[in-house]
Design a binder for this molecule. Structure first.
Ligand code: ADP
Ligand code: DP6
Ligand code: CO
Length: 356
């Protein structure tokens, strides 16, 4: 019997972790395809920590595609959701036309119901769009029987999402082609390469950021000459240095590049007109505490980085985690910063998994 005639619902659930960029992506050269003006590099977190869980169900009885995000129905016609759905269905159709019998794959004409939940604040500068779209694309790929390169599709949901397809240390090569076919993520080193590296997330505010990443970077591209300088003259060298620092497991070099790149990204936000302020007073205190701590020991033991929001991500090595937790508790007790922190996360072994 043709597969489309079998009326059994097909349900797949997957999880994907966030990734934190240490060389930041900020600025597009193509809006719809989501092609960046510079390459970037990130560390994927552990699966069990900050993650998205997405369930996709298909059934012949569904009338239309639908999506729920954190329990609330969202507009399925959002162009980025449509790009991902279209690409997945196109690949699935191609595989079938090539004569590949896709076992367990759903009928192409079937509509999907997508239900996605983030276990951390959404749109607060903790990379929800990265985990969210990586998870969406991966789960849809399972449902429609697609194997192989998925980062190019995840990229069309949210740029940073292409890096969450892989675990460990991941670069997103900006690519040169107009159609974006070479703008893909690639693993630089697996997480097993540097098991002592730890990440601490300090949630200074779980609120939705006032300016989303997409519109923030659009204004930066239009108005900031510092961003142009950064993309053309700073990032290429930094990418090479960062890859070397990761390969050598040179924490001091990794930390310095990470902090400088975060600072330059926030400087481009300030250079944007009108300016965008993602950091708040807690973020600024974190920056000061980290530099004081490193100065006290006469070596670089901690590094901070901030995405488009005030929440701090601190890198350190396992041996310093207990003291770092004490320092954070001392300087940022929950009653003064209104936040919480998530401690000592290991870097992720496998980026995305299917929950069976
Ligand atoms: P963040 O810093 O959290 O990545 P962004 O402004 O980049 O913030 O993106 C937030 C947007 O990403 C949300 O408004 C939503 O459209 C999308 N998003 C977040 N989580 C998910 C998810 N689990 N599935 C699909 N889209 C998501
Ligand atoms: C500061 O990937 O969220 O986190 O591509 O428009 O969805 P869109 O933007 P997004 O931007 C992330 C910006 C960043 C830096 C980074 O993750 O590299
Ligand atoms: Co985002």
């Amino acid at each position: 019997m043709p597969e489309d005639c079998v009326d059994k619902p097909h349900i797949v659930t997957c999880t994907a972790p966030v990734n934190i960029a240490v060389i930041k992506y900020w600025g597009k050269r193509h809006e719809e395809l989501i092609l960046p003006i510079n390459s970037s590099l990130s560390v994927t977190l552990h699966q069990d920590q900050l993650k998205t869980t997405t369930t996709v169900a298909t059934s012949r009885s569904f009338q239309e595609d639908r999506i729920w995000l954190n329990g609330k129905e969202e507009d399925i016609n959002h162009p980025r959701l449509q790009s991902c759905l279209r690409e997945i269905r196109r690949l699935s159709r191609k595989r079938r036309n090539d004569g590949d019998p896709i076992l367990n794959a759903t009928g192409l004409s079937h509509k999907v119901h997508i239900c996605s939940v983030n276990n951390f604040p959404t749109a607060a500068g903790l990379a929800s769009s990265a985990a969210g779209f990586a998870c969406l694309v991966y789960t849809l790929a399972q449902v429609f029987g697609i194997e192989g390169e998925l980062s190019g599709i995840a990229r069309q949901g949210s740029g940073s999402a292409c890096r969450s397809i892989y675990g460990g240390f991941v670069q997103w090569l900006m690519g040169q082609k107009e159609d974006g076919k070479d703008s893909l993520a690639q693993q630089v080193e697996p997480e097993s390469h540097w098991p002592e590296l730890r990440i601490l997330v300090l949630v200074a505010s779980a609120e939705r950021k006032p300016v989303g990443s997409t519109s923030g970077m659009q204004t930066s591209v239009q108005t900031s000459c510092l961003l142009k300088h950064r993309a053309e003259s700073v990032v290429p060298g930094r990418m090479a240095e960062m890859i070397q620092a990761v390969r050598r497991k040179d924490f001091a070099a990794f930390a310095e590049l990470t902090m400088k790149d975060s600072n330059q990204f926030h400087a481009t936000c300030l250079d944007t007109y009108p300016p965008i302020f993602y950091l708040n007073s807690v973020s600024q205190q974190v920056i000061n505490v980290v530099h004081r701590y490193n100065r006290h020991y006469g070596e670089t033991r901690l590094a901070y980085t901030f995405d488009a929001g005030p929440n701090a991500v601190i890198f350190t090595l396992q041996q310093h985690v207990p003291e770092l937790v004490e320092v954070v508790q001392h300087f940022f007790p929950p009653e003064t910063n209104g936040g919480q922190f998530i401690k000592g996360l290991p870097v992720n072994p496998v980026a995305i998994s299917e929950e069976l």
